[in-house]
Design a protein around this ligand. Structure first.
Ligand SMILES: Cc1ncc(COP(=O)(O)O)c(C=O)c1O
Length: 461
């Protein structure tokens, strides 16, 4: 729901509240500040991944249990970050703790196949409807290997992705995302711009971006690539974009993409690293009812252990089966990860778990919508099962261009500070959504809505 004739929010008020909330957060996280000073001496930027960087310091965590996490200053928070949505099971779920403890005492790594790997692939076949699977250790590995498989299957080098979508940190996909918007060109001819330094132009030139929710633009670009003698091997895309808040596919879009890719012999890869197992038992593939040729997964699969998987059709995965593609990795199918994943699939992510997530998300969305309406704020809520967000934009965001044009980044930053100061732990980026776990309660959802209402009240006060 987009608010009709919203109030104009005074920019000075946002600045004033941001300054106040920033001071409050700094004052309540002194141990994180000290830890940062210690960490930065030997840990680049004081963190293990650049996505954890935050000014003036990151919030260091100590432990997690169920829906809660505790920072090093001892503050308890309801976790809506959930490790970028990896912890849909909640922290330290007893079934996963038990499975990991049992396995750790029986050996943590063999680099030889184990029974749990078979049980999991059978379950993934059942959930996602793709018949052949392999394991990896992260989302980046999943998308990297899936693209290689698609290239081998088609004998083509070029790939197509959605402009602004994130698919991991390898060279093939660190392209046309978070780049200076003025440089990107028109939607029928988006530039292939590397995301950060160190990505060879030869690699980024092979990746072509098209806008989300525009099947016509995708087809025109694919046809041009054929005309230019560089037909694409695959389209890799999230069925619902999860890095601009949440952007859902418009009705008919995914069906059209499926039809276009099939007609042109282009492998369709649904990157379900965020959505897989989190928005339905069979991910977005099940939720939207469109079957791709391949699915990539990671995050929630391992119940908090580094994991990932690639599923594919018989035809596409034949290049792995016949040995022409080396889909390899020392830690693929690691016994500890497999034990956690099996416990998660069999004992945690049950049909009732998805009902619970849907119920909570509906409650969160309804609560935030009511706040937006009450205070007449420019924004709307959008969500899907365990994920959702308030998008601060007076108009609906359907792709990266509309996000860039109307998303209110300063207000989003302020919302983050409000949450963090009111017992709600959130991801530090402007583009992230809330994520839920099976351990979250109605009370947890209400804590979020109450913090959001304080923000709304103070903004218009
Ligand atoms: C859709 C998507 N694909 C791939 C990745 C990369 O996963 P990882 O960070 O595990 O390498 C991410 C990470 O956020 C993602 O959101």
């Amino acid at each position: 729901m987009v608010t009709a004739s919203p109030v104009r929010i005074d920019r000075g008020r946002i600045e004033e509240l941001t300054e106040r909330e920033q001071k409050t957060l700094d004052a309540r996280t002194p141990k994180s500040g000290e830890m940062y000073e210690w960490a930065r001496k030997t840990l680049s930027g004081g963190v293990a991944s650049s996505y954890q960087v935050r000014d003036p310091w990151p919030i260091y965590l100590e432990k997690g249990h169920g829906s809660k996490v505790w920072d090093v200053d001892g503050t308890e928070m309801v976790d809506f970050h959930n490790g970028f949505g990896s912890m849909v099971q909640g922290h330290a779920h007893p079934a996963i703790v038990e499975a990991v403890q049992r396995q750790v005492a029986r050996g943590t790594h063999f680099a030889a196949p184990v029974e749990d790997a078979i049980v999991i692939s059978e379950e993934l076949v059942r959930r996602f409807g793709l018949p052949q699977w392999r394991y990896v250790n992260s989302g980046s590995e999943a998308t990297m290997d899936a693209i290689r498989i698609a290239r081998a299957f088609t004998g083509r080098d070029t790939i197509v992705k959605i402009f602004g979508s994130y698919h991991g940190h390898h060279d093939y996909v660190m392209v046309s995302i978070s780049v200076p918007y003025e440089n990107i060109g028109d939607p029928d001819n988006y530039a292939s711009l590397p995301y950060g330094a160190g990505i060879p132009k030869a690699a980024s030139d092979l990746t072509i971006a098209v806008p989300f929710n525009d099947a016509g633009a995708m087809e025109r670009r694919i046809e041009r690539l054929f005309d230019e003698g560089r037909p694409p091997a695959c389209v890799i895309m999230e069925p619902a974009m999860m890095n601009l808040g949440v952007v859902l596919p418009e009705p008919g879009y995914l069906e059209a993409v499926r039809e276009i890719t099939k007609r042109h012999g282009v492998v369709l890869i649904f990157d379900e690293v965020k959505t897989g197992l989190c928005v339905a038992p069979g991910g977005a593939t099940e939720k939207f009812g469109v079957l791709p040729d391949m699915v990539t997964m990671a995050k929630a699969l391992g119940g908090g252990l580094p994991s990932g998987a690639i599923g594919g059709s018989e035809e596409v995965m034949e290049v792995v089966n016949n040995g022409s593609v080396y889909q390899v990795g020392t830690y693929n199918g690691n016994p500890l990860t497999m034990a956690a994943a099996r416990a998660s699939l069999e004992k945690v992510l049950t049909p009732e778990a998805y009902q619970h997530l849907d119920m909570l998300n509906d409650r969160l969305m309804a609560g935030c919508d009511a706040v937006l309406e009450k205070y007449n704020l420019p924004g709307y809520t959008v969500g899907i099962s365990s994920k959702g967000c308030v998008t601060f934009s007076p108009t609906k965001i359907t792709d990266y261009a509309s996000f860039q044009a109307s998303h209110d980044g300063e207000l989003t930053d302020l919302a983050w500070l409000y949450m963090m100061n009111r017992g709600v732990f959130m991801t530090p980026g402007r583009e992230e959504e809330w994520t839920l776990s099976v351990a979250h309660s109605v009370q947890d959802a209400d804590t979020y809505v109450a913090a959001f209402e304080e923000l709304a009240h103070d903004l218009v006060a």
